[in-house]
Design a protein around this ligand. Structure first.
Ligand SMILES: [Zn+2]
Length: 242
């Protein structure tokens, strides 16, 4: 074999190894996929019913407020290294601004839902402005992904009767949460985030976990958080919508 060909072959193998890490027993992995019907339903015990069929210690990882170039790729890398699939609830403004990054999230096998065009406090907006924000969010989603959106998470989990009715009319799934790490609070170490997350999960028993891919500290802490989930016996369920 020519030395150059040998070198190229090693490079190709090295690239393949980087792109697709082995999902062995030493990583957290994704234990199963839960496909929800695309229908007017609302999940997450912070506000609604628990996701159907979730067993104790099963968690669904969700990331809000992206895509953000500084931190979302760091989150994607940590998820890929642990063979974990997650759901991302994106805001319309960064989605339109960073369309390629948004499509990268989807192309790496994660689910994408909506999180409001401008991350508004909907309870402080008149009804027409609330539905206008949802219209803009849905238009941005369609423009970037060329597909119909299926799911929505309220910014600040702040639900309004106007938007709940509008989401129901459109057959969109509302995704609330069961646990989180309050990772929007500043200056938290990976250990602090892990302690908070494991504490909340101990109470909820598992379920939908809220994190933020737009937060640098969350992105940096994610490898530690994923290892903490594995060592505490949690299993990841990937939720998507048909
Ligand atoms: Zn948010």
């Amino acid at each position: 074999m020519e030395p150059l060909t040998g070198l190229l072959t090693s490079l190709v193998f090295a690239a393949a190894a980087t792109a697709q890490p082995a999902c062995g027993a030493d990583v957290l992995g994704t234990s199963r996929t839960l496909t929800l019907r695309r229908e007017a339903a609302a999940w997450g015990t912070a506000q609604h019913a628990a996701l159907p069929t979730l067993a104790p210690k099963e968690v669904v990882l969700t990331f809000d407020d992206g895509p953000r170039p500084g931190s979302t790729p760091v989150v994607l890398k940590a998820l890929a290294e642990q063979c974990v699939k997650a759901s991302f609830f994106m805001n319309g403004e960064p989605l339109a601004q960073h369309a390629a990054l948004a499509r990268q999230v989807r192309d790496e096998g994660h689910s994408v839902g909506m999180h409001g065009y401008r991350h508004e406090h909907f309870s402080q907006l008149p009804p027409a402005a609330q539905t206008a924000d949802l219209d803009a969010m849905m238009a941005a989603y369609r423009a970037v992904f060329g597909a119909e959106p299926a799911a929505f998470r309220f910014p600040f989990l702040e639900e309004t009767s106007t938007l709940l009715a509008s989401l129901k009319e459109r057959g969109l799934v509302v995704m609330s949460i069961d646990a989180g790490a309050e990772d929007w609070l500043p200056d938290q170490t990976p250990q602090m985030l892990a302690d908070k997350l494991l504490g909340q999960l101990a109470k909820s028993g598992g379920g939908i976990v809220l994190l933020h891919d737009a937060q640098d500290q969350t992105a940096r802490a994610l490898p530690f958080l994923l290892r903490a989930l594995k060592s505490n016996g949690y299993r990841v369920v990937h939720v998507n919508w048909n």
